[in-house]
Design a protein around this ligand. Structure first.
Ligand code: F6P
Length: 325
């Protein structure tokens, strides 16, 4: 790997608010540093199909405020095959690209790690997922916005729950991780929070519901991560109904959490990480994710980002239980 002359940037996996800010930061830092910048469209799928275009300063004007990703994204099973990766590499070579920066989650990073092993490209990943489940960075790009979207939605639900004395089960995203569920649950003052990292005690929740009923505390908000061990919100509502005979309203926030204008924190994080990724690549760094730990830029080997598990703050769950009593 010699001196870097051209950088290709792409977004991959589930989109997250702030990805555009990251792309903008990579492109502008590269151009400022006299490198060429290329956009690779639709993630690894576009890399294989040759959807690669040169980007100028103006190509990334007016995107920092938008959710989604101007480069589009995808999940690509074809890139998991050596043939797919070879075709992708050949396409990058055709454009003279010698470094790639991919923004995404663990699937994206696994693809990047394969590129490190199989090619002479410089490769850096940036953590972009609303789930915040990437080891080596305190926050991922898009997480803060997703939590704020969920807060705003649940605050509205609280109004109607209180007015009608209703019990609401609200499902937030997080197939394998409860970061969104925990922070959102604390923020809305949820009476119950169910996340994959904790065993959900439905019997205990049922008992709690019966006690509240006796005390005439009628409305309730439960925040449930989609990947909870007791089931999703719809399944938990059905089980609880059988146990306590009460009826529940279920709201699934779903993909609303993935879109929307990024919050300030996500714009800043994405800008910093994009900027530092180019700087790091220019001094020969490769095979790493650039993140942020305790307000300092972190450099983490790609394999560690999925090989080590980022832990939820267990003390926060205990606190949430006390505060909601
Ligand atoms: O990884 C981000 C995420 O939004 C998860 O929270 C969610 O389970 C999943 O993606 C949904 O993926 P898709 O948009 O492919 O249904």
């Amino acid at each position: 790997m010699g001196r870097i002359g051209s950088i290709g940037v792409f977004t991959s996996g589930g989109d997250s608010p702030g990805m555009n800010a990251a792309v903008r930061a990579v492109v502008r830092t590269a151009l400022y540093s006299k490198l060429k910048a290329f956009g690779i469209y639709r993630g690894y799928a576009g890399m294989i199909d040759g959807e690669i275009r040169k980007l100028e300063r103006g190509s990334v004007s007016n995107i920092i405020q938008y959710g989604g990703t101007m480069l589009k994204t995808s999940r690509s099973p074809e890139f998991e095959t050596p043939e797919g990766r070879r075709t992708a590499y050949e396409n990058l070579q055709k454009h003279g690209i010698d470094g790639v920066i991919g923004v995404g989650g663990d699937g994206t990073f696994r693809g990047l790690a394969d590129m490190v092993k199989e090619t002479d490209l410089a490769v850096i990943g940036l953590p972009g997922t609303i789930d915040n489940d990437i080891y080596g960075t305190d926050f991922t790009i898009g997480y803060d916005t997703a939590v704020n979207t969920a807060l705003a939605a649940i605050d509205k639900i609280r109004d109607t729950a209180l007015s009608h004395d209703r019990l609401f089960l609200i499902e937030v995203m997080g197939r394998h991780a409860g970061f969104i569920g925990l922070e959102t649950g604390i923020g809305v003052g949820a009476e119950e929070i169910c996340i994959p990292e904790f065993r959900t005690d439905l019997e205990g929740i049922a008992e709690h519901l019966r006690e509240r009923h006796v005390k005439h505390k009628a409305s309730l908000i439960m925040v449930i991560a989609e990947g909870d061990d007791a089931g999703d919100a719809t399944q938990i509502a059905r089980k609880l109904k059988e146990m306590v005979g009460m009826s529940f309203r279920v709201t699934i926030l779903g993909h609303t959490q993935r879109g929307g204008s990024p919050m300030s924190k996500d714009r800043l994080l994405a800008s910093k990480l994009g900027y530092h990724a180019v700087k790091a690549m220019m001094i020969g760094k490769t095979g790493i994710m650039i993140g942020e730990l305790h307000d300092k830029i972190s450099e983490v080997p790609l394999e560690e980002t999925w090989g080590k598990k980022k832990s939820i703050d267990y003390g926060l769950m205990e606190m949430a239980q006390i505060l909601s009593k």
